[in-house]
Ligand binder design. Structure first.
Ligand code: AMP
Length: 223
């Protein structure tokens, strides 16, 4: 693992997944979403998925042990050597320490951590209306990002969409609580290490992408 490692921090709805996918397309970095990995494990009915399901539906954090096992396995795959955008990981101090150990094992380290700064109340609206194309994974929203033709994905022409079980108002509030209690302290942690950048993620998607692009380009220049 020698490529760039960029961490996206931010509460549910801040746009981590959307921005990670855009960076993946533009920079060839691989999006590593522990949320996607866990949802995959739930669908596949693996022991990790079975253990994680109820916690995820309640908006809590899955144990570090389960998340780390699933991430470690993904990180052994060769594509990750190009560098990665971590979307939704680390979410606890224990996960941040484990990530450092994992990267150090292959001579790597965290390149940058970006806090996507948003207003909590707006996140409830953002998350509650969002859905995803079942074919290509593109994200859409009932109010903020509708496909040009209703019911058809602009990106791939797919007509089937999915909504996450935890994207409802009650669970989002619990997820925001978990973020502030356990994940937000990582902002100060990465700041103290000189690795933190902040982006105003209340802006339009493309403006956020431009700001992030700048951070990633500066990080590449430093490497
Ligand atoms: P996300 O797709 O990142 O919003 O994650 C969805 C849910 O998966 C979270 O609400 C948690 O229950 C669980 N999850 C995802 N990533 C982690 C992580 N790094 N640590 C603990 N739980 C996680």
């Amino acid at each position: 693992m020698t490529g760039q490692i960029v961490i996206l921090l931010g509460p549910p709805g801040a746009g981590k997944g959307t921005q990670a996918r855009m960076l993946e397309e533009r920079h060839g970095l691989v999006q590593l979403s522990t949320g996607d990995m866990l949802r995959g494990a739930v669908r596949a009915g693996t022991p990790a998925g079975l253990a994680a399901k109820a916690v995820m539906e309640a908006g809590g954090l899955v144990s570090d042990e389960i998340v780390l096992a699933i991430l470690k396995e993904r990180m052994t795959q060769p594509d990750v050597a190009r560098g990665a955008i971590l979307d939704g990981f680390p979410r606890t101090a224990g996960q941040a320490a484990a990530l450092d150990r994992l990267l150090a094992g292959s001579g790597g380290q965290v390149s940058a951590a970006v806090s996507l700064d948003v207003d909590d109340e707006a996140m409830v609206d953002r998350v509650s209306g969002r859905y995803t194309c079942a074919s290509c994974g593109e994200g859409w929203h009932d109010r903020f990002k509708q496909p040009t033709r209703a019911g058809t994905c602009d990106k791939c022409g797919g007509t089937e969409f999915t909504r996450r079980a935890d994207d409802n108002e009650t669970t989002v509030r619990d997820r925001l609580g978990a973020y502030h209690a356990q994940t937000a302290p990582l902002i100060a942690h990465y700041d103290a290490l000189g690795l933190l950048a902040r982006v105003d993620a209340m802006q339009e998607i493309d403006a956020v992408a431009r700001d992030l692009e700048r951070v990633v380009t500066e990080t590449t220049a430093r490497a």
